[in-house]
Design a protein around this ligand. Structure first.
Ligand SMILES: Cc1cc2nc3c(=O)[nH]c(=O)nc-3n(C[C@H](O)[C@H](O)[C@H](O)COP(=O)(O)OP(=O)(O)OC[C@H]3O[C@@H](n4cnc5c(N)ncnc54)[C@H](O)[C@@H]3O)c2cc1C
Length: 530
Protein backbone atom coordinates (compact mmCIF):
# COMPACT_ATOMS: atom_id res chain seq x y z
CA UNK A 1 0.00 0.00 0.00
CA UNK A 2 2.67 2.45 1.11
CA UNK A 3 4.90 1.38 -1.71
CA UNK A 4 2.15 1.98 -4.30
CA UNK A 5 1.40 5.42 -2.91
CA UNK A 6 5.10 6.18 -2.75
CA UNK A 7 5.62 5.22 -6.39
CA UNK A 8 2.91 7.68 -7.42
CA UNK A 9 4.69 10.49 -5.57
CA UNK A 10 8.04 9.42 -6.94
CA UNK A 11 6.79 9.56 -10.53
CA UNK A 12 5.27 12.99 -9.90
CA UNK A 13 8.15 14.66 -8.09
CA UNK A 14 11.33 12.92 -9.09
CA UNK A 15 12.49 16.02 -10.99
CA UNK A 16 14.59 17.34 -8.10
CA UNK A 17 16.71 14.93 -6.06
CA UNK A 18 19.20 16.41 -3.63
CA UNK A 19 21.61 13.88 -2.21
CA UNK A 20 23.39 13.87 1.11
CA UNK A 21 24.92 11.34 3.49
CA UNK A 22 22.56 12.06 6.36
CA UNK A 23 19.17 13.75 6.15
CA UNK A 24 18.30 15.28 9.53
CA UNK A 25 14.58 15.88 10.04
CA UNK A 26 14.11 18.51 12.76
CA UNK A 27 16.34 21.40 13.82
CA UNK A 28 15.69 21.41 17.55
CA UNK A 29 18.73 21.02 19.80
CA UNK A 30 19.08 17.31 18.97
CA UNK A 31 19.15 17.76 15.19
CA UNK A 32 21.43 20.79 15.40
CA UNK A 33 24.05 19.03 17.53
CA UNK A 34 23.90 15.95 15.28
CA UNK A 35 24.47 18.23 12.27
CA UNK A 36 27.38 20.01 13.98
CA UNK A 37 29.27 16.83 14.91
CA UNK A 38 28.69 15.23 11.50
CA UNK A 39 29.76 18.36 9.65
CA UNK A 40 32.84 18.77 11.84
CA UNK A 41 33.64 15.14 10.92
CA UNK A 42 33.37 15.88 7.21
CA UNK A 43 29.99 14.22 6.60
CA UNK A 44 27.57 15.86 4.16
CA UNK A 45 24.23 16.61 5.85
CA UNK A 46 20.95 18.28 5.04
CA UNK A 47 19.00 19.57 8.02
CA UNK A 48 15.38 20.56 7.53
CA UNK A 49 12.66 21.94 9.78
CA UNK A 50 9.01 22.43 9.05
CA UNK A 51 8.83 25.54 11.28
CA UNK A 52 9.52 28.84 9.50
CA UNK A 53 11.61 30.13 12.44
CA UNK A 54 13.53 28.61 15.33
CA UNK A 55 11.64 28.40 18.65
CA UNK A 56 11.31 31.68 20.57
CA UNK A 57 10.48 30.35 24.05
CA UNK A 58 12.99 29.37 26.71
CA UNK A 59 11.79 25.72 27.33
CA UNK A 60 14.79 23.57 28.42
CA UNK A 61 17.08 25.70 30.59
CA UNK A 62 19.60 23.31 32.14
CA UNK A 63 22.76 22.27 30.29
CA UNK A 64 24.48 19.44 32.15
CA UNK A 65 28.22 18.92 32.63
CA UNK A 66 28.32 15.93 30.24
CA UNK A 67 26.82 18.06 27.48
CA UNK A 68 29.45 20.75 28.11
CA UNK A 69 32.15 18.06 27.86
CA UNK A 70 30.80 17.07 24.44
CA UNK A 71 30.64 20.75 23.49
CA UNK A 72 34.29 21.10 24.45
CA UNK A 73 35.06 18.36 21.90
CA UNK A 74 33.26 20.51 19.32
CA UNK A 75 35.16 23.61 20.43
CA UNK A 76 32.05 25.47 21.60
CA UNK A 77 31.94 24.85 25.37
CA UNK A 78 33.59 28.08 26.44
CA UNK A 79 31.24 30.18 24.32
CA UNK A 80 28.23 28.38 25.79
CA UNK A 81 29.54 28.82 29.34
CA UNK A 82 30.11 32.54 28.67
CA UNK A 83 26.55 32.97 27.44
CA UNK A 84 24.94 30.96 30.24
CA UNK A 85 24.54 31.32 33.96
CA UNK A 86 26.43 28.89 36.18
CA UNK A 87 24.52 27.99 39.22
CA UNK A 88 26.34 26.31 41.96
CA UNK A 89 23.82 25.39 44.64
CA UNK A 90 20.48 23.65 45.15
CA UNK A 91 18.04 24.08 48.01
CA UNK A 92 15.22 21.95 49.30
CA UNK A 93 12.20 23.45 51.05
CA UNK A 94 9.36 21.59 52.74
CA UNK A 95 6.19 23.49 53.76
CA UNK A 96 8.02 26.83 53.57
CA UNK A 97 11.02 25.69 55.68
CA UNK A 98 14.47 25.32 54.12
CA UNK A 99 15.67 21.79 54.93
CA UNK A 100 18.66 21.35 52.64
CA UNK A 101 21.37 23.32 50.84
CA UNK A 102 24.05 21.70 48.70
CA UNK A 103 26.79 23.28 46.61
CA UNK A 104 27.42 21.71 43.18
CA UNK A 105 31.09 22.74 43.24
CA UNK A 106 31.65 20.51 46.26
CA UNK A 107 29.67 17.72 44.64
CA UNK A 108 31.34 17.73 41.23
CA UNK A 109 34.85 18.89 41.91
CA UNK A 110 37.36 16.51 40.34
CA UNK A 111 34.60 14.77 38.33
CA UNK A 112 34.26 17.21 35.45
CA UNK A 113 35.87 20.41 34.27
CA UNK A 114 32.31 21.78 34.53
CA UNK A 115 31.25 21.07 38.16
CA UNK A 116 27.93 22.92 37.90
CA UNK A 117 24.72 23.06 35.91
CA UNK A 118 24.50 25.83 33.35
CA UNK A 119 21.35 27.79 32.61
CA UNK A 120 21.07 28.60 28.92
CA UNK A 121 17.52 29.10 27.60
CA UNK A 122 16.68 26.76 24.72
CA UNK A 123 15.81 29.53 22.25
CA UNK A 124 19.23 31.18 22.77
CA UNK A 125 20.88 27.76 22.71
CA UNK A 126 19.29 26.86 19.36
CA UNK A 127 20.25 30.24 17.83
CA UNK A 128 23.81 29.70 19.02
CA UNK A 129 23.99 26.22 17.42
CA UNK A 130 22.44 27.52 14.18
CA UNK A 131 25.15 30.21 14.02
CA UNK A 132 27.94 27.65 14.61
CA UNK A 133 26.50 25.50 11.80
CA UNK A 134 26.31 28.51 9.48
CA UNK A 135 30.03 29.09 10.11
CA UNK A 136 30.52 25.61 8.65
CA UNK A 137 28.35 26.57 5.65
CA UNK A 138 25.38 24.46 6.71
CA UNK A 139 22.03 26.22 6.78
CA UNK A 140 18.83 24.85 8.24
CA UNK A 141 16.37 24.53 5.36
CA UNK A 142 13.06 25.95 6.61
CA UNK A 143 10.21 25.73 6.32
CA UNK A 144 10.85 22.32 4.78
CA UNK A 145 8.76 19.41 5.98
CA UNK A 146 9.49 15.71 5.83
CA UNK A 147 6.32 14.18 4.41
CA UNK A 148 7.46 10.57 4.28
CA UNK A 149 10.30 8.30 3.28
CA UNK A 150 11.12 4.91 1.87
CA UNK A 151 14.02 2.75 3.01
CA UNK A 152 15.33 1.11 -0.14
CA UNK A 153 17.98 -0.97 1.62
CA UNK A 154 20.85 0.83 -0.11
CA UNK A 155 19.61 4.29 0.81
CA UNK A 156 16.64 6.35 1.96
CA UNK A 157 14.42 8.28 -0.38
CA UNK A 158 12.62 11.06 1.48
CA UNK A 159 9.79 13.25 0.29
CA UNK A 160 10.07 16.88 1.35
CA UNK A 161 7.75 19.86 1.02
CA UNK A 162 9.54 23.18 0.60
CA UNK A 163 8.51 26.72 1.61
CA UNK A 164 7.09 27.41 -1.88
CA UNK A 165 4.83 24.35 -1.57
CA UNK A 166 6.81 22.36 -4.10
CA UNK A 167 7.66 18.78 -3.19
CA UNK A 168 11.12 17.37 -3.80
CA UNK A 169 12.87 14.12 -3.07
CA UNK A 170 16.11 13.63 -1.23
CA UNK A 171 18.32 10.56 -1.40
CA UNK A 172 20.36 9.97 1.74
CA UNK A 173 22.41 7.12 3.11
CA UNK A 174 20.69 7.56 6.48
CA UNK A 175 17.72 9.41 7.96
CA UNK A 176 17.88 10.89 11.47
CA UNK A 177 14.45 11.48 13.00
CA UNK A 178 15.02 14.46 15.32
CA UNK A 179 11.49 15.64 14.70
CA UNK A 180 10.23 15.88 18.26
CA UNK A 181 7.48 14.25 20.30
CA UNK A 182 5.07 14.00 17.36
CA UNK A 183 7.72 12.51 15.08
CA UNK A 184 6.59 11.50 11.62
CA UNK A 185 9.71 9.33 11.33
CA UNK A 186 8.61 7.37 14.40
CA UNK A 187 5.05 7.17 13.08
CA UNK A 188 6.22 5.79 9.75
CA UNK A 189 8.60 3.31 11.40
CA UNK A 190 5.58 2.12 13.45
CA UNK A 191 7.76 1.56 16.51
CA UNK A 192 5.01 2.64 18.87
CA UNK A 193 5.54 5.08 21.73
CA UNK A 194 4.49 3.16 24.84
CA UNK A 195 4.09 4.95 28.16
CA UNK A 196 1.54 7.33 29.60
CA UNK A 197 0.53 10.86 30.50
CA UNK A 198 0.32 12.28 34.03
CA UNK A 199 -3.07 13.50 35.18
CA UNK A 200 -1.70 16.76 36.62
CA UNK A 201 -1.52 19.88 34.51
CA UNK A 202 1.78 21.73 34.91
CA UNK A 203 2.72 25.30 34.27
CA UNK A 204 6.02 26.86 33.33
CA UNK A 205 6.57 30.59 33.80
CA UNK A 206 9.56 32.84 33.23
CA UNK A 207 9.03 35.65 35.71
CA UNK A 208 10.52 38.64 37.44
CA UNK A 209 10.03 38.38 41.18
CA UNK A 210 11.43 39.06 44.63
CA UNK A 211 11.87 36.83 47.66
CA UNK A 212 14.42 34.52 49.28
CA UNK A 213 14.47 32.07 46.34
CA UNK A 214 15.55 34.77 43.84
CA UNK A 215 19.25 34.26 44.65
CA UNK A 216 20.55 32.55 41.47
CA UNK A 217 20.30 29.08 43.00
CA UNK A 218 17.95 26.16 42.31
CA UNK A 219 15.08 25.73 44.74
CA UNK A 220 12.74 22.76 44.96
CA UNK A 221 9.81 23.17 47.32
CA UNK A 222 7.61 20.29 48.45
CA UNK A 223 4.30 20.75 50.15
CA UNK A 224 1.32 18.66 51.11
CA UNK A 225 -0.48 20.26 48.18
CA UNK A 226 2.09 20.02 45.40
CA UNK A 227 5.54 21.21 44.43
CA UNK A 228 7.40 24.12 42.93
CA UNK A 229 10.79 24.24 41.21
CA UNK A 230 12.55 27.59 40.78
CA UNK A 231 15.43 27.70 38.28
CA UNK A 232 17.61 30.82 38.22
CA UNK A 233 17.87 32.79 34.98
CA UNK A 234 20.37 35.38 33.81
CA UNK A 235 19.46 38.89 34.89
CA UNK A 236 18.56 40.30 38.28
CA UNK A 237 15.32 39.01 39.78
CA UNK A 238 14.52 36.57 36.93
CA UNK A 239 13.67 32.90 37.37
CA UNK A 240 11.79 29.98 35.82
CA UNK A 241 8.93 28.59 37.89
CA UNK A 242 7.53 25.09 37.29
CA UNK A 243 4.56 23.90 39.33
CA UNK A 244 1.02 22.59 39.15
CA UNK A 245 -2.23 24.38 38.36
CA UNK A 246 -5.26 24.13 40.69
CA UNK A 247 -7.38 20.97 40.50
CA UNK A 248 -10.36 22.87 39.06
CA UNK A 249 -8.21 24.50 36.35
CA UNK A 250 -6.64 21.16 35.41
CA UNK A 251 -9.98 19.86 34.12
CA UNK A 252 -11.06 23.13 32.47
CA UNK A 253 -11.33 23.22 28.70
CA UNK A 254 -10.49 26.94 28.40
CA UNK A 255 -6.98 28.38 27.93
CA UNK A 256 -5.33 28.54 31.34
CA UNK A 257 -3.93 31.74 32.80
CA UNK A 258 -1.51 32.75 35.51
CA UNK A 259 -4.41 33.07 37.96
CA UNK A 260 -4.95 29.28 37.63
CA UNK A 261 -1.68 28.25 39.29
CA UNK A 262 -1.63 26.71 42.77
CA UNK A 263 -0.50 29.51 45.05
CA UNK A 264 0.03 27.75 48.39
CA UNK A 265 3.65 26.69 47.77
CA UNK A 266 4.50 30.07 46.21
CA UNK A 267 3.06 31.95 49.18
CA UNK A 268 4.95 29.81 51.69
CA UNK A 269 8.23 30.68 49.94
CA UNK A 270 7.48 34.39 50.17
CA UNK A 271 7.72 34.98 46.39
CA UNK A 272 6.25 38.25 45.11
CA UNK A 273 5.75 38.33 41.32
CA UNK A 274 6.37 41.57 39.47
CA UNK A 275 6.04 40.45 35.88
CA UNK A 276 5.31 37.19 34.02
CA UNK A 277 7.32 37.16 30.76
CA UNK A 278 6.21 33.74 29.49
CA UNK A 279 3.55 31.37 30.74
CA UNK A 280 2.56 28.01 29.35
CA UNK A 281 0.75 24.92 30.61
CA UNK A 282 1.28 21.35 29.54
CA UNK A 283 0.69 17.73 30.37
CA UNK A 284 3.80 15.69 31.07
CA UNK A 285 4.25 12.38 29.27
CA UNK A 286 6.54 9.47 29.97
CA UNK A 287 7.15 7.41 26.85
CA UNK A 288 10.01 5.57 25.14
CA UNK A 289 9.82 4.31 21.53
CA UNK A 290 10.10 0.52 21.31
CA UNK A 291 12.98 0.89 18.82
CA UNK A 292 15.44 3.69 18.11
CA UNK A 293 16.49 2.24 14.77
CA UNK A 294 14.78 0.50 11.88
CA UNK A 295 17.03 -0.11 8.87
CA UNK A 296 18.55 3.18 7.76
CA UNK A 297 16.31 5.38 9.90
CA UNK A 298 17.06 6.41 13.51
CA UNK A 299 15.10 8.12 16.26
CA UNK A 300 16.73 10.62 18.58
CA UNK A 301 15.71 13.14 21.23
CA UNK A 302 12.04 13.76 21.96
CA UNK A 303 11.14 11.62 18.96
CA UNK A 304 12.54 8.65 20.90
CA UNK A 305 11.75 9.49 24.55
CA UNK A 306 9.83 12.06 26.56
CA UNK A 307 9.52 12.40 30.32
CA UNK A 308 9.01 14.80 33.18
CA UNK A 309 11.24 17.89 33.49
CA UNK A 310 12.48 16.68 36.90
CA UNK A 311 16.27 16.94 36.92
CA UNK A 312 16.60 18.86 33.61
CA UNK A 313 17.48 15.68 31.73
CA UNK A 314 15.24 15.78 28.64
CA UNK A 315 17.15 17.97 26.22
CA UNK A 316 20.52 16.72 27.50
CA UNK A 317 19.48 13.12 26.82
CA UNK A 318 18.59 14.07 23.24
CA UNK A 319 22.00 15.69 22.86
CA UNK A 320 23.59 12.49 24.20
CA UNK A 321 21.69 10.52 21.53
CA UNK A 322 22.96 12.92 18.88
CA UNK A 323 26.62 12.51 19.89
CA UNK A 324 26.31 8.73 20.20
CA UNK A 325 24.83 8.41 16.72
CA UNK A 326 26.94 11.12 15.08
CA UNK A 327 30.32 9.49 15.60
CA UNK A 328 28.97 6.09 14.58
CA UNK A 329 27.44 7.41 11.36
CA UNK A 330 30.63 9.33 10.56
CA UNK A 331 32.79 6.28 11.29
CA UNK A 332 30.70 4.01 9.06
CA UNK A 333 30.32 6.51 6.22
CA UNK A 334 34.08 7.14 6.25
CA UNK A 335 35.04 3.46 6.60
CA UNK A 336 36.52 4.06 10.06
CA UNK A 337 34.45 1.31 11.69
CA UNK A 338 32.38 -1.69 10.73
CA UNK A 339 28.70 -0.95 9.94
CA UNK A 340 28.02 -3.19 12.98
CA UNK A 341 28.70 -0.18 15.24
CA UNK A 342 25.37 1.28 14.11
CA UNK A 343 23.66 -1.72 15.74
CA UNK A 344 24.95 -0.49 19.11
CA UNK A 345 23.13 2.87 18.95
CA UNK A 346 19.76 1.51 20.04
CA UNK A 347 20.92 -0.74 22.91
CA UNK A 348 23.25 1.93 24.29
CA UNK A 349 20.71 4.73 24.23
CA UNK A 350 17.42 2.91 24.84
CA UNK A 351 18.76 1.35 28.03
CA UNK A 352 19.57 4.77 29.44
CA UNK A 353 16.31 6.31 28.20
CA UNK A 354 14.22 3.57 29.85
CA UNK A 355 16.09 3.90 33.13
CA UNK A 356 15.77 7.68 33.02
CA UNK A 357 12.06 7.59 32.29
CA UNK A 358 11.51 5.09 35.12
CA UNK A 359 13.54 7.10 37.65
CA UNK A 360 12.12 10.53 36.72
CA UNK A 361 8.69 8.87 36.80
CA UNK A 362 9.23 7.69 40.40
CA UNK A 363 10.59 11.09 41.49
CA UNK A 364 7.78 12.89 39.71
CA UNK A 365 5.09 10.67 41.26
CA UNK A 366 6.57 11.39 44.68
CA UNK A 367 6.59 15.16 44.30
CA UNK A 368 3.21 15.47 42.61
CA UNK A 369 1.05 12.63 43.94
CA UNK A 370 -2.02 13.50 45.99
CA UNK A 371 -1.97 10.10 47.76
CA UNK A 372 -1.58 10.06 51.57
CA UNK A 373 1.65 8.00 51.51
CA UNK A 374 3.36 10.34 49.01
CA UNK A 375 2.22 13.39 51.03
CA UNK A 376 3.56 11.83 54.24
CA UNK A 377 6.93 11.05 52.59
CA UNK A 378 7.13 14.60 51.17
CA UNK A 379 6.33 16.34 54.41
CA UNK A 380 7.84 14.04 57.06
CA UNK A 381 10.48 11.73 55.51
CA UNK A 382 12.17 14.02 52.95
CA UNK A 383 12.99 16.83 55.44
CA UNK A 384 14.77 14.33 57.72
CA UNK A 385 16.38 12.12 55.07
CA UNK A 386 17.69 14.68 52.56
CA UNK A 387 19.79 16.82 54.93
CA UNK A 388 21.42 13.61 56.25
CA UNK A 389 22.14 12.43 52.69
CA UNK A 390 23.47 15.85 51.65
CA UNK A 391 26.01 15.63 54.50
CA UNK A 392 27.62 12.49 53.03
CA UNK A 393 30.38 13.38 50.55
CA UNK A 394 29.87 10.08 48.69
CA UNK A 395 26.15 10.80 48.32
CA UNK A 396 26.79 14.37 47.08
CA UNK A 397 29.20 12.99 44.50
CA UNK A 398 26.73 10.33 43.39
CA UNK A 399 24.01 12.98 43.03
CA UNK A 400 26.26 15.17 40.91
CA UNK A 401 27.33 12.26 38.73
CA UNK A 402 23.72 11.20 38.19
CA UNK A 403 22.26 14.62 37.42
CA UNK A 404 25.22 15.77 35.33
CA UNK A 405 24.96 12.58 33.17
CA UNK A 406 28.67 11.91 33.73
CA UNK A 407 27.72 8.53 35.25
CA UNK A 408 26.15 7.23 32.03
CA UNK A 409 28.04 4.14 30.89
CA UNK A 410 27.76 1.57 28.14
CA UNK A 411 29.29 -1.35 30.04
CA UNK A 412 26.82 -3.84 28.58
CA UNK A 413 27.27 -2.69 25.00
CA UNK A 414 28.71 -5.06 22.41
CA UNK A 415 31.23 -2.26 21.77
CA UNK A 416 32.68 -2.55 25.28
CA UNK A 417 35.47 -5.02 25.78
CA UNK A 418 37.75 -5.49 28.75
CA UNK A 419 38.05 -7.05 32.19
CA UNK A 420 36.35 -5.80 35.36
CA UNK A 421 38.20 -3.10 37.21
CA UNK A 422 37.38 0.24 38.79
CA UNK A 423 37.28 1.70 35.30
CA UNK A 424 35.61 -0.65 32.85
CA UNK A 425 35.08 -0.71 29.12
CA UNK A 426 31.93 1.28 28.41
CA UNK A 427 32.65 3.87 31.13
CA UNK A 428 33.14 7.54 30.34
CA UNK A 429 36.86 8.27 30.35
CA UNK A 430 37.39 9.85 33.78
CA UNK A 431 38.54 13.44 33.69
CA UNK A 432 42.00 13.98 35.20
CA UNK A 433 44.56 16.76 35.24
CA UNK A 434 47.74 15.62 33.54
CA UNK A 435 50.10 18.07 35.22
CA UNK A 436 50.47 19.24 38.78
CA UNK A 437 49.96 22.72 40.18
CA UNK A 438 48.33 25.50 38.22
CA UNK A 439 48.84 23.89 34.82
CA UNK A 440 45.29 23.26 33.68
CA UNK A 441 46.03 20.71 30.93
CA UNK A 442 43.91 17.60 31.19
CA UNK A 443 43.27 14.29 29.47
CA UNK A 444 40.10 15.55 27.70
CA UNK A 445 42.08 17.93 25.46
CA UNK A 446 42.88 15.28 22.77
CA UNK A 447 39.18 14.34 22.49
CA UNK A 448 38.68 17.38 20.25
CA UNK A 449 40.00 15.26 17.35
CA UNK A 450 36.59 13.46 17.37
CA UNK A 451 38.62 10.35 16.56
CA UNK A 452 39.51 6.98 18.10
CA UNK A 453 42.59 7.26 20.32
CA UNK A 454 44.60 5.21 22.78
CA UNK A 455 45.39 6.54 26.26
CA UNK A 456 48.07 5.22 28.59
CA UNK A 457 48.57 6.69 32.04
CA UNK A 458 52.15 5.73 32.71
CA UNK A 459 54.54 4.20 30.19
CA UNK A 460 53.28 2.59 26.97
CA UNK A 461 54.79 -0.77 26.00
CA UNK A 462 56.94 -0.78 22.84
CA UNK A 463 54.54 -3.25 21.17
CA UNK A 464 51.68 -0.81 21.79
CA UNK A 465 53.60 2.09 20.25
CA UNK A 466 54.30 -0.07 17.19
CA UNK A 467 50.67 -1.14 16.86
CA UNK A 468 49.34 2.43 17.11
CA UNK A 469 51.89 3.63 14.56
CA UNK A 470 51.03 0.78 12.19
CA UNK A 471 47.27 1.44 12.46
CA UNK A 472 47.57 5.25 12.47
CA UNK A 473 45.74 5.49 15.83
CA UNK A 474 46.84 8.43 18.02
CA UNK A 475 48.54 7.29 21.23
CA UNK A 476 48.44 9.71 24.16
CA UNK A 477 50.76 8.79 27.04
CA UNK A 478 50.41 10.83 30.24
CA UNK A 479 52.95 10.72 33.06
CA UNK A 480 51.48 8.77 35.96
CA UNK A 481 50.15 10.73 38.95
CA UNK A 482 48.58 9.18 42.05
CA UNK A 483 45.37 11.20 41.55
CA UNK A 484 44.78 9.12 38.42
CA UNK A 485 44.30 6.00 40.57
CA UNK A 486 41.61 7.83 42.55
CA UNK A 487 39.79 8.47 39.27
CA UNK A 488 39.80 4.71 38.52
CA UNK A 489 42.68 4.61 36.04
CA UNK A 490 45.29 1.85 36.29
CA UNK A 491 48.96 2.58 35.75
CA UNK A 492 50.28 1.50 32.31
CA UNK A 493 46.90 0.02 31.30
CA UNK A 494 45.76 0.47 27.70
CA UNK A 495 42.50 2.35 27.08
CA UNK A 496 41.06 2.62 23.61
CA UNK A 497 38.83 5.70 23.73
CA UNK A 498 35.90 6.04 21.33
CA UNK A 499 35.35 9.34 19.52
CA UNK A 500 32.65 10.23 22.09
CA UNK A 501 35.02 9.84 25.05
CA UNK A 502 33.84 6.42 26.30
CA UNK A 503 36.31 3.59 26.83
CA UNK A 504 35.81 0.96 24.11
CA UNK A 505 38.52 -1.45 25.18
CA UNK A 506 40.33 -1.54 28.52
CA UNK A 507 43.34 -3.78 29.02
CA UNK A 508 45.12 -3.62 32.35
CA UNK A 509 47.74 -6.05 31.07
CA UNK A 510 49.35 -3.27 28.99
CA UNK A 511 49.63 -5.65 26.03
CA UNK A 512 48.83 -4.68 22.48
CA UNK A 513 47.00 -7.98 21.78
CA UNK A 514 43.59 -7.06 23.22
CA UNK A 515 43.72 -3.75 21.40
CA UNK A 516 44.64 -5.38 18.07
CA UNK A 517 41.78 -7.86 18.48
CA UNK A 518 39.30 -5.04 19.19
CA UNK A 519 40.51 -2.96 16.22
CA UNK A 520 40.12 -5.97 13.93
CA UNK A 521 36.71 -6.99 15.32
CA UNK A 522 35.23 -3.54 14.76
CA UNK A 523 37.39 -2.66 11.78
CA UNK A 524 38.48 0.50 13.57
CA UNK A 525 40.56 3.01 11.63
CA UNK A 526 41.59 6.54 12.45
CA UNK A 527 39.96 9.33 10.42
CA UNK A 528 43.42 10.83 9.98
CA UNK A 529 44.82 7.59 8.57
CA UNK A 530 42.66 8.03 5.45
C1 LIG B 1 6.96 24.30 27.65
C2 LIG B 1 8.15 23.40 27.64
C3 LIG B 1 9.05 23.45 28.70
C4 LIG B 1 10.14 22.58 28.73
N1 LIG B 1 11.01 22.64 29.76
C5 LIG B 1 12.07 21.80 29.79
C6 LIG B 1 13.04 21.85 30.82
O1 LIG B 1 12.94 22.66 31.73
N2 LIG B 1 14.08 20.97 30.78
C7 LIG B 1 14.23 20.04 29.76
O2 LIG B 1 15.21 19.27 29.73
N3 LIG B 1 13.34 19.98 28.77
C8 LIG B 1 12.27 20.83 28.76
N4 LIG B 1 11.39 20.78 27.74
C9 LIG B 1 11.61 19.76 26.72
C10 LIG B 1 12.65 20.20 25.72
O3 LIG B 1 12.22 21.39 25.13
C11 LIG B 1 12.81 19.06 24.70
O4 LIG B 1 13.31 17.92 25.40
C12 LIG B 1 13.76 19.42 23.57
O5 LIG B 1 13.26 20.49 22.82
C13 LIG B 1 13.92 18.21 22.66
O6 LIG B 1 14.70 18.57 21.56
P1 LIG B 1 14.54 17.83 20.17
O7 LIG B 1 15.50 18.52 19.26
O8 LIG B 1 14.66 16.37 20.37
O9 LIG B 1 13.05 18.09 19.71
P2 LIG B 1 12.30 19.47 19.43
O10 LIG B 1 12.93 20.59 20.18
O11 LIG B 1 10.86 19.21 19.65
O12 LIG B 1 12.59 19.74 17.89
C14 LIG B 1 11.94 19.02 16.89
C15 LIG B 1 11.95 19.86 15.62
O13 LIG B 1 11.47 19.06 14.55
C16 LIG B 1 10.65 19.86 13.71
N5 LIG B 1 9.76 18.95 12.98
C17 LIG B 1 8.75 18.22 13.47
N6 LIG B 1 8.20 17.47 12.48
C18 LIG B 1 8.89 17.74 11.34
C19 LIG B 1 8.81 17.28 10.01
N7 LIG B 1 7.88 16.39 9.61
N8 LIG B 1 9.68 17.78 9.09
C20 LIG B 1 10.64 18.68 9.47
N9 LIG B 1 10.74 19.15 10.72
C21 LIG B 1 9.90 18.68 11.66
C22 LIG B 1 9.94 20.80 14.67
O14 LIG B 1 9.51 21.98 14.02
C23 LIG B 1 11.04 21.08 15.70
O15 LIG B 1 11.77 22.25 15.40
C24 LIG B 1 10.32 21.64 27.68
C25 LIG B 1 9.42 21.62 26.61
C26 LIG B 1 8.35 22.50 26.58
C27 LIG B 1 7.40 22.45 25.42
Amino acid sequence: MLRGRWRAHWRRYNGAVKNCDVLIAGAGPTGLVLALWLTRSGVCVRIIDKAAEPGTTSRALGVQARTLEFYRQLGIAEQVVDRGLKFAAANLWVKGRQVGHVRFGDMGVGVSPYPYMLIFPQNEHERFLIDRLAELDVRVERPTELLGFEDRGEHIIARLKRADGIEETCQAAYLAGCDGARSIVREQLATGFPGGTYAHMFYVADAEATGPVMNHELHVALDDAGFLAVFPMKGEGRARFIGTVTDSAATATRTLEWSDVSTQVIARLGVKFERINWFSTYHVHHRVAAHFRVGRAFLLGDAAHIHSPVGAQGMNTGLGDAINLAWKLAAVLQSCASPKVLDTYEPERITFAKRLVASTDRAFQLVTSDGPIARWIRVHVVPRLMPALFKLASMRRLMFRTISQTAINYRHSALSSGPDGTLRAGDRLPWVKVAAGTDSSDNFAPLSSLDWQVHVYGAPAATLVDLCNARGIALHAFAWRDEMRDAGLAQDAVYLVRPDGYVGCADRGASADALAHYLDTWNVRSRLAH
